[in-house]
Design a protein around this ligand. Structure first.
Ligand SMILES: Cc1cc2nc3c(=O)[nH]c(=O)nc-3n(C[C@H](O)[C@H](O)[C@H](O)COP(=O)(O)OP(=O)(O)OC[C@H]3O[C@@H](n4cnc5c(N)ncnc54)[C@H](O)[C@@H]3O)c2cc1C
Length: 166
C-alpha cells in the first residue's frame, strides 16, 4: 500500500501493453509501482487490428500461450502497401505460432491482472491531468482525485500523448 504522502518508486501512466510490460518488469525487480489507467479497466478503451506477436510477448509472459485469453493462431498473413491511387499486397501462409489474434478488452485486462499479482498497484478509472514538476524534474502526476509522487514517472499513454507535450 502507498504511504499517506502517496509517494512511490515509479508511476506508470497508461495500462496498455507498453505500460503494463514496464510496470510488471519493475515490480518483478522489487520496485513499488503505481499504474494509472483512465479506462474502466485496462483494455476497455483500446482497439487494434488483432495480432499479438509471440516472441516479444513471451519475454514478459513466458506461459501466455497456455494462460492468456487468445482467440486463435494467425496462419494467413496479408500486408498491403497503399499508394495514392493503387495498392500492392503481399500474402503468406505459415502454420506456426508466430502471432495470435486477441481482443484487447480481454487481453490487456489479463495482462493487468498479472501485473497486480506481481505487486503493481493498479489505479483504474483515473485520468492523469498533468505532471507535477520540481524545477525541470517531473516528480509526480495530478489526477482528478489526488496527486501521486514518484522518483520516476513513465508516460505510456499512447501515441498521441498529451502529457508528453508537457
Ligand atoms: C488501426 C490499428 C491497428 C493496429 N493493429 C495492430 C496489430 O494487429 N498488432 C499490433 O501489435 N499492433 C497493432 N496496432 C498498434 C498498437 O495498437 C499499438 O502499438 C499499441 O496499442 C501501443 O501500446 P501502448 O501501450 O504504447 O499504448 P496504448 O495501447 O494506446 O495504451 C495507452 C493507454 O493509456 C491510457 N491513457 C491515455 N491517456 C491517459 C491519461 N491521461 N491518464 C491515464 N491513462 C491514460 C489509455 O486509456 C490506454 O489504455 C494497431 C494500431 C492501429 C491504430
Amino acid at each position: 500500500m502507498l504511504t499517506k504522502s502517496n509517494k512511490t518508486d515509479v508511476i506508470v501512466v497508461g495500462a496498455g501493453p507498453a505500460g503494463i510490460a514496464c510496470a510488471i518488469t519493475l515490480a518483478r525487480a522489487g520496485r513499488e509501482v503505481v499504474l494509472i489507467e483512465r479506462g474502466l479497466f485496462a483494455g476497455s478503451k483500446n482497439v487494434f487490428g488483432g495480432a499479438i506477436y509471440t516472441k516479444p510477448t513471451k519475454e514478459i509472459f513466458p506461459n501466455f500461450e497456455q494462460e492468456a485469453p487468445l482467440e486463435r493462431r494467425n496462419i494467413a498473413h496479408n500486408f498491403m502497401i497503399l499508394g495514392e491511387e493503387d495498392s500492392t499486397s503481399i500474402a503468406y501462409r505459415k502454420d506456426g505460432n508466430e502471432s495470435y489474434s486477441v481482443i484487447r478488452g480481454k487481453f490487456d485486462r489479463w495482462m493487468a491482472q498479472k501485473a497486480k499479482e506481481a505487486g503493481v498497484i493498479l489505479v483504474e478509472q483515473t485520468v492523469v491531468r498533468e505532471l507535477i514538476k520540481n524545477g525541470t524534474k517531473v516528480v509526480g502526476v495530478k489526477t482528478e482525485l489526488e496527486d501521486y509522487y514518484a522518483d520516476i514517472v513513465v508516460l505510456a499513454d499512447g501515441v498521441n500523448s498529451l502529457l508528453a507535450k508537457q
